[in-house]
Unconditional design. Structure first.
Length: 114
C-alpha cells in the first residue's frame, strides 16, 4: 500500500504547474503554483501563462472578437433589404462570432476548469 501512495504523490507533483500573471500592459503581477490558476490573480490578470509558456488567458482575443461583432452589426444595418443573400451571410457570421464570444467568456470566468 505504501508503494501506491508513493506513486500517487509523484503523480500529484507532475500535475502541479506554475502560473504567471500579467496586466494589460504586460507588467508582471504575480505567480502561483498548483493544479490550476489562483482565482484571485486570474481575475486581475489580462494575460496568464503556465510554466510551459502556454497561454491560459488572453483578453485581447475576447476584445478583438467583440470589436469584430460590433463591426459586423454595423455592416448588417447598412445592407439593403433587397440583398438578402448578404444579410443571411452576415447573420451567420454574427451568430458564429456570438457563440465564440460566449465560449471565451465562459472559459475566462472558470479558471479552475482550465
Amino acid at each position: 500500500m505504501a508503494i501506491i501512495m508513493q506513486i500517487n504523490l509523484l503523480n500529484d507533483e507532475e500535475q502541479t504547474k506554475e502560473f504567471l500573471y500579467y496586466d494589460a500592459d504586460g507588467i508582471y503581477i504575480g505567480r502561483s503554483e498548483g493544479l490550476g490558476p489562483d482565482p484571485h490573480l486570474y481575475s486581475q490578470a489580462h494575460y496568464v501563462f503556465d510554466g510551459d509558456s502556454d497561454m491560459v488567458k488572453n483578453l485581447d482575443i475576447l476584445n478583438i472578437s467583440r470589436k469584430r461583432l460590433i463591426s459586423l452589426r454595423k455592416t448588417l444595418i447598412a445592407v439593403p433589404i433587397k440583398d438578402m443573400g448578404k444579410i443571411i451571410e452576415i447573420n451567420q457570421q454574427i451568430k458564429s462570432l456570438e457563440k465564440d464570444i460566449d465560449m471565451l467568456e465562459g472559459s475566462l470566468s472558470l479558471p479552475e476548469a482550465i
